[in-house]
Design a protein around this ligand. Structure first.
Ligand code: NZQ
Ligand code: ZN
Length: 398
């Protein structure tokens, strides 16, 4: 383990089919005014809304609603949420939904007490400043698995006017104070969203795994998480109501991006930068923007980190480094092993129904430049890309 680091994660987790029961006790820690934040209405259809309203009423809270948080939440919606939370004099923001709802709640939380001359988009998402004002505490009930937002400081907001989708990573003071993880709440997620979430988890792990050359415990933890995810994903696509599979996926998602496995790692995140740029231009589902570019991306950077890709193939995809034929046993080259790993990953992606061509998301030669303009270039992975190289990868992904 290289580097010097701190590990601190203040989010308390309640996990399991009975976990919503803990909400009542948690609510005792906060004042009367609760803003219930949710998305486009799925929680009303699956009954989660009714259960939560009942608990809030029993706890004698004043309930204010902030509904309609869209996937890929926008700056305009953020301004609306800040107004609602201010008017409610909010003591707690209760975010019930997926990453979009929780990311948005963090943006609201950090902005309610900002000086009125300071624009939150400019302050947090463009200037990337820390939150220096008192945030409103956040609690979450997760209904869609993938982003890890339930136990981290990430908040991704889209500015439709400037065509930018930017992720701000807030400090621990913006992490949810508590999160309720009931795998059964994810049963109603549509298949497309479920598999997009599964690939989002895989991508989070790969972004952290594919960096550095030292021997790091974090890499071993990530290999275990990926193995569990691959196994459970295959079961969940066949039977979305399989509790074991859905609960494993839920727990893996949280640990994939809750600041544990990036300890001592430089991290890559270029796939997310390209995916977010696609999302900003096409409004496509986050996980699918990542799956659509991952095979061309990893095939391109593989030669620069060949030993790690070989390790990935053997430890995650069970690639046998030897071939047996009539002439005896021969050892495959590092390149052959690494390529086999990527091939097995692409077969798995097809098996679970991921988008593997970015053209299906609306990426084409006409909007290529716009996507390239919105792509931030990072340098933590095995290869720092130029704009021309990203263009090559994007063209290969179409
Ligand atoms: O809006 P509703 O009606 O609730 O429907 C949602 C939405 O349409 C639906 N859904 C959620 N739970 C459901 C359900 N439908 C039926 N039953 C349920 N139980 O699913 C759809 C997608 O929800 P959304 O929250 O948008 O998905 P996700 O969790 O993938 O979040 C995506 C956002 O998170 C950002 C992405 O960029 C994107 O904006 N990310 C946040 C990160 C972080 N905080 O660290 C990191 C990620 O890399 C990612 O960038
Ligand atoms: Zn992601």
């Amino acid at each position: 383990m290289r580097g010097n680091f701190t590990y601190y994660n203040p989010t308390k987790l309640y996990f399991g089919a009975d976990s919503l029961k803990s909400l009542k006790d948690e609510l005792k820690n906060y004042g009367k005014n609760v803003v219930l934040i949710y998305g486009g209405g799925s929680i009303k259809k699956n009954g989660i809304y009714d259960s939560i309203i009942q608990i809030l009423k029993e706890a004698d809270k004043n309930i204010f609603e902030d509904a309609g948080v869209m996937s890929n939440p926008t700056v305009d919606k953020l301004y609306e949420g800040i107004k609602i939370a201010k008017e409610a004099n909010a003591d707690l923001l209760l975010a019930v939904g997926g990453g979009s709802v929780i990311d948005y709640a963090k943006g609201v939380s950090a902005s309610v007490n900002l000086d009125k001359d300071i624009d939150p988009w400019d302050e947090y998402y463009l200037k990337m400043n820390d939150c220096k004002v008192k945030p409103i505490p956040i609690g979450t009930v997760l209904t869609m698995v993938g982003t890890g937002s339930e136990m981290n400081g990430g908040s991704v907001i889209t500015n439709t006017k400037t065509g930018l989708k930017i992720g701000k990573v807030f400090d621990a003071n913006l992490f949810p104070k508590f999160t309720i993880l009931n795998p059964e709440f994810t049963f109603s997620v549509p298949r497309y969203q479920m598999v997009a979430g599964i690939f989002d988890i895989m991508s989070h792990i790969m972004e952290q795994y594919f960096s550095d050359e030292d021997d790091n415990t974090s890499d071993y933890i990530m290999e275990g998480l990926m193995r569990s995810l691959i196994n459970s994903s295959k079961i969940a696509v066949k039977n979305p109501l399989d509790y074991d599979a859905r609960s494993n996926i839920m727990w893996t998602a949280t640990w994939a991006l809750n600041t544990l496995v990036n300890r001592g790692k430089t991290e890559d995140w270029e796939v997310h930068m390209i995916g977010q740029a696609i999302g900003a231009v096409t409004n496509a589902t986050h996980g699918m923007t990542l799956s659509a570019v991952s095979i061309p991306y990893y095939s391109y950077v593989m030669p620069y980190g060949i030993l790690k890709f070989k390790r990935f193939a053997i430890n995650v995809w069970n690639v046998n480094p030897f071939i047996k034929n009539e002439d005896g046993v021969y050892k495959k080259t590092d390149k052959e092993i690494a390529q086999e790993g990527i091939l097995l990953m692409s077969e798995w992606m097809k098996e679970i129904g991921l988008v593997i061509h970015s053209s299906e998301l609306g990426v084409n030669l006409d909007n290529l430049d716009k996507i390239l303009d919105a792509t931030f270039l990072l340098n933590g992975g095995y290869k720092s890309l130029t704009r021309e190289e990203v263009a090559k990868i994007l063209k290969a992904s179409m």
